[in-house]
Design a protein around this ligand. Sequence first.
Ligand code: C2E
Ligand code: MG
Ligand code: MG
Ligand code: MG
Length: 272
Amino acid sequence: KAKVEGKGAVRCFKRELEEEYDARLVQESELAAAIDNGEITVVYQPIADLFTGQVLCVEALARWHHPQRGQVSPATFIPIAENSGLIDRLGEWILRAALTRAAQWPSSLQINVNLSPQQLISGRFPKVLANILRETGLAPSRVGIEITENIFVDFSESVLEQLTAIKAQGVRLVLDDFGTGYSSLSYLQMIDVDGLKIDASFLRQLPDHKVEAIIRTVTRLTADLNIHLVAEGIENVMQLQWLRGNGIHFGQGFLLGRPKDDPPVEWLDNLP
Ligand code: C2E
Ligand code: MG
Ligand code: MG
Ligand code: MG
C-alpha cells in the first residue's frame, strides 16, 4: 500500500513541477511580447541633496502593466527575464528609453539605470551602452550604472573588463543595495566605483545602536574613498533627520518622491 501511495505522490509531485514549468513559460512568452506591445514603461525616482532638496539624479525603474494581471513588480519580472535570456533585450530597451528621456532634461540632472549581472554574460553590454550614448547624444558623465553585489557571485575576467570598459566611456558605476549581498570590502579594491547606495534595510532599523554604527562606518568609508553615498528608502522625517545629523548628504525614498512617469522637478519643495 505504501508503495502505491509512494507512486501516487511521485506522480503528483511531477505534475506540480510540470505546472510550475508551464506557468513560467507563459510568463516568459508574455514578457517577450510585453516589450513589443508597449506594456513595459520606465518611471523615475529622485535622488536628492538632503540639505538643499536639489534633485541631482533620478533612478530609472522598470514597470510592467500586464493587460490581465495589472501591475507586475520588477522584483517578479526582472528575475524571469534574467532566467530566460530575455534580460539583454529588456535591459537594452530600458536603457534606451531612459537615456532618450534624460536627453530632454536639464543637463544638471543625472540618470542611474540598473544593470543585471546576467547582462554581462554575452560581453556585448559596453558596446550597447556606447551605441545608446551616441544615439541619444547624452553626456556619459550624466549616466550612472547601478550594479549589485550579485555581480561578484560569478565574477570573472570578462566581468572586470566590461566594468572597466563602462567606466572608460565616462559613465559612473554605482554599487546598489550595499551591505546586503555578498558584501566583501575587498570588492571595493577590485572595481573602481563612483558611489555606494546603502540598502534600505539599514535605514528601516533606525533607531538601533548597531545599525547606527554600521551606517556611520559606511559613511566614513565612502568619505575616505572619496566616493558618493546615497541612503536608500527614506520614508519618514526621523530617518531624514538622523541622516542629516550624521553627515549623509544624498538620499532617495518615498518621503522625497515616489517613482513617476513625469520628468522630475529640479528642487523638492516639500522636503521637511
Ligand atoms: P533597486 O534598484 O534597489 O531600486 C529601489 C527600489 O526601492 C525600487 O523598487 C523603488 O521603488 C523602491 N523604493 C524607493 N524608495 C522607497 C521607500 O522609501 N520605501 C520603499 N519601501 N521602497 C522604496 P522597484 O521599482 O519595485 O524595483 C525593485 C528592484 O527591481 C530594484 O531595486 C532593482 O533591483 C530591480 N529593478 C527595477 N527596475 C530595473 C531595471 O530596469 N533593470 C534591472 N536590472 N533591475 C531593475
Ligand atoms: Mg537600483
Ligand atoms: Mg537599491
Ligand atoms: Mg534596494
